[in-house]
Design a protein around this ligand. Structure first.
Ligand code: GLN
Length: 219
């Protein structure tokens, strides 16, 4: 069967490991560079992107990860994982020495961190999500129930990046944060998939199933 790594440095990697197993693949926590050589795909979990960035550099995982992404390893990032896959951050955090946080990159997007507001602005909404036709029932594809916890949104998509889902302007907790615009919260480019929200915490299996289909070349 498929072996899917979950970057297990910080954040909700346990939930992703569970979601991977529920979707029928084998989940493997990744903490060392050599473990990257033995997987069919990788998930970067939600958490704190600055912390995951720092730990990845300390554990010598950042450069190997960049190389694997560049050579076509399928990767799915949720929330902090989306930030870490983005080529550009609109508002990167800086450390005490003034160095901006880094990303692994690979996805030609610009993200804005904590874009929907702070913790108390966390919200849930139903999204139409492209690419889930495999799960259609008689009435069509059920919406994805999405949980946003200090999530980013995507402010720019480069050529070749497909928009899979957006939050409509009237759907966020504080709609004024959206400035009347639909905000992009799920994208795909080649073998890279990213969501601003956390399907791993709601029992929603289809985003992980989509990722597994991407790995198999079925989507
Ligand atoms: N705000 C966090 C960050 O910038 C992401 C939040 C999350 O992953 N739930 O890393």
């Amino acid at each position: 069967g498929l072996r899917i790594g979950v970057l297990a440095l910080q954040g909700d990697f346990r939930e992703h490991l569970r979601a991977v197993e529920a979707a029928g693949a084998t989940g493997i926590g990744i903490r060392r560079p050599a473990e990257l050589d033995d997987i069919d795909g990788l998930i970067i979990p939600g958490g704190e992107s600055t912390t995951i960035d720092k730990l990845a550099r300390i554990f010598d995982l950042a450069d190997p990860l960049r190389k694997h992404i560049a050579s076509g390893l399928p990767v799915y990032g949720s929330c902090a994982g989306m930030i870490l896959l983005a080529n550009d951050i609109a508002d990167p955090a800086t450390d005490l020495a003034g160095n901006p946080q880094e990303t692994f990159g690979g996805l030609d997007i610009t993200v804005r961190r904590n874009a929907f507001g702070r913790q108390r602005e966390s919200f849930e909404t139903d999204l139409d999500f492209k690419g889930l036709e495999f799960s259609a029932r008689e009435h069509g594809v059920d919406p994805v129930h999405a949980v946003f916890i200090r999530g980013p949104w995507v402010e720019r998509v480069g050529p070749g990046v497909e928009i899979l889902a957006q939050v409509e302007p009237d759907k966020a907790r504080h709609t004024d944060t959206l400035h009347g615009l639909a905000r992009i919260v799920a994208v795909r480019s080649g073998q890279l998939l990213a969501t601003s929200f956390h399907p791993e915490v709601t029992g929603e299996k289809r985003v992980h199933e989509l990722f597994i289909r991407m790995i198999r070349g079925e989507a």
